[in-house]
Write a protein that binds this ligand. Structure first.
Ligand SMILES: [Zn+2]
Ligand SMILES: [Zn+2]
Length: 428
């Protein structure tokens, strides 16, 4: 009886939850279904229906749309017959010219470079698999794809463009360019490609059978680290024999393997404190300097929200307020609470804290909204005689807050939340 179950278990793949580290065997998942962790309910794996072909088609279309989105103007502004248009790259160039190169770099990476890497990375991996060949350097391409998905923010850019268009419509007549529509389509295609992309199925196509899967230990409530098994952050492969503080790489995708992210808490605190300090100038200093015939005006983030509110676009005022003021502050508080709870070896509310972590990871990127709004306004309002807009010092501080809180969330290891309660339950 016992041997029968153990051979049955050996057929199934061993995995550990990336968020709470509990070792478990995978159950067969029906197409379109998801496998969730039996302790913290994190999604371990989603099986996609006919995923490969759909993901490949979407990725190829996304490559074409990326070209259109960058070759044509996004929006234009016409005042007294003067038409000023800008492309995405044009907005980056104006910011760079004005000496705002950190901002220009951030916008270039998140809206131009990373979406391209996302689409190309998928084509790179899926096209060879489509014709039953092994993709060249699948490991590096896969890890690049993970980074591109994390830092590509086309959907936030679209919302930023919407806010900018509403703001500009009060000044002059706005002309939408072809790139605006292709960017919207690019956003949808990248989402569709990502949701059709089945990572496990891809690795099954790439893997040779040579990878040793760890022999199954007794699982009853054990975590991967207590069994000496390490699960790759990137591709989810379980490997045996990784010691704490040892530099080993994943045999499948080549990512560094750690039982826990190294120096997770100190790095999280460092990023968090830097973000909290910069949050102050980001809100007090002007994000935008407008100079026109009627004089100069300095706008902070809050006064921008107030302007949207008083001019009647209150839904956008609420969106900008949530994305630029509430989310960064709540994110700093939430990550601070999570890190402090691990420092204080708190054992209660583990499931709730795991949920907070998941929400924080999901919403953080939307804070980039205001950066994109500023970039579009700066690029378009360049009527030298009548009005010009320049980005203020707070824009750089604000961009740094968004990046630092994202880095803080990434360096926090959610498995630390469960470690204290695991240690209490099983005294070793
Ligand atoms: Zn879990
Ligand atoms: Zn891996």
């Amino acid at each position: 009886m016992n041997t029968a179950t153990s051979t049955a278990e050996q057929d199934r793949e061993l995995t550990a939850c990336p968020e709470c580290d509990l070792l478990q065997f995978e159950h067969p998942v029906p197409p379109g279904g998801a496998l969730r962790c039996c302790r913290c309910r994190a999604v371990l794996y989603r099986r996609r229906q006919r995923g490969f072909d759909r993901a490949l088609a979407c990725a190829i279309a996304a490559c074409v749309l990326w070209l259109i989105s960058n070759a044509f103007p996004i929006v234009g502004l016409s005042v007294n017959g003067d038409l000023v248009e800008t492309t995405l790259f044009g907005a980056v160039r104006v910011l760079y010219r004005d000496g705002m190169w950190p901002l220009a770099g951030l916008i270039f990476v998140t809206t131009i470079l990373m979406p391209a890497a996302h689409a190309l990375g998928m084509v790179w991996l899926l096209l060879p698999l489509h014709v039953h060949r092994r993709p060249y350097r699948a490991d590096a391409a896969f890890r690049l794809l993970r980074i591109a998905r994390e830092w590509g923010m086309t959907e936030v850019l679209m919302l930023g463009l919407l806010v900018a268009v509403v703001k500009l419509a009060h000044i002059a007549s706005v002309v939408t360019g072809p790139a605006l529509w292709s960017l919207a389509a690019l956003m949808l295609l990248l989402v569709a490609a990502a949701s059709a992309f089945d990572e496990r199925a891809m690795w099954r196509g790439v893997d040779s059978a040579s990878l040793a899967t760890p022999e199954s230990p007794t699982l009853k409530g054990r975590t991967a680290s207590s069994s000496g098994i390490c699960v790759c952050h990137d591709c989810g492969l379980a490997t045996r024999g990784v010691l704490r503080h040892e530099h080993t790489c994943c045999p499948r995708c080549g990512a560094r393997l750690h039982l826990r992210k190294p120096a997770s808490l100190s790095r999280t605190w460092a990023y968090l404190i830097a973000a909290a300090v910069l949050y102050i100038p980001a809100n007090l200093l002007p994000v935008m300097n407008t100079s026109s015939l009627f004089g100069a005006q300095k706008d902070t983030i809050m006064s921008g929200v107030a302007y949207l509110w008083t001019s009647g676009s209150w839904p956008l005022a609420i969106i900008v307020f949530i994305a630029s003021i509430a989310v960064p502050m709540l994110k700093i508080l939430a990550i601070g609470y999570l890190a402090a709870s691990v420092n204080l070896r708190m054992t209660q509310y583990t499931a709730q804290r795991a949920r907070i972590y998941r929400i924080v990871e999901m919403v953080g990127r939307w804070s980039m909204l205001d950066i994109y709004v500023i970039a579009v306004l700066v690029a378009l309002v360049q009527f030298s005689a009548m009005a010009t807009i320049e980005a203020g010092p707070a824009a750089i501080a604000f961009g740094a807050v968004v990046v630092l809180t994202m880095l803080a969330a990434m360096s926090f290891d959610p498995r630390l939340i469960w470690d204290t309660s695991d240690a209490k339950e099983t005294p070793r």
